[in-house]
Design a protein around this ligand. Structure first.
Ligand code: MG
Length: 162
């Protein structure tokens, strides 16, 4: 493996009433969902920014402008497929992805497997390459006050050298 590229992404969305809570493509029952132009899947947004960052391709705001009505209510998993279909990804494979979702509530541990499965399925990756972790901020800050959810992601991509 000659060419290794690392990328990191971070995103935040705030809670709002009458919205679905979608994390890693999984709908989580909760009193509030996340507000955003798309489905506001904060975890997948962080993952896409990590993938784009690894190949120095800008960020998701550049690729999927929130002013574009075409992306209103967009399924972030479909956006992830679009990112992976960019010609620059040709020849690269995902070695691993490590995602952290920072939320005081709701409790998410029960959804970990399903989240990993959905990401692996969408990217055509093996589930062993995908890590999804959860943490709180001990009731400190905006996530601690349950005003929103943050997510951070790191990916490592590799391309076989000659
Ligand atoms: Mg976002």
């Amino acid at each position: 493996m000659k060419n290794l590229r690392i990328g990191q992404g971070f995103d935040v969305h705030k809670f709002a009433e009458k919205r679905k809570l979608i994390l890693c493509g999984v709908e989580i029952p909760h009193t509030h969902g996340l507000l955003g132009h798309s489905d506001a899947d904060v975890a997948v947004h962080a993952l896409m920014d990590a993938l784009l960052g690894a190949l120095a391709l800008g960020d998701i705001g550049m690729h999927f402008p929130d002013k574009d009505p075409g992306y209103a209510g967009a399924d972030s998993m479909e956006l992830l497929k679009k990112v992976l279909a960019l010609p620059e990804f040709a020849g690269y494979e995902l070695l691993n992805c490590d995602l952290t979702i920072i939320a005081q509530q709701p409790k998410l541990a029960a959804y970990r497997q399903e989240m990993c499965r959905r990401i692996a399925q969408t990217g055509n990756w093996d589930i062993s390459q995908i890590s999804v972790k959860f943490t709180t901020t001990e009731k400190l800050g905006f996530t601690g006050r349950s005003e929103g959810i943050a997510a951070s992601a790191v990916v490592l991509l590799g391309k076989a050298g000659d």
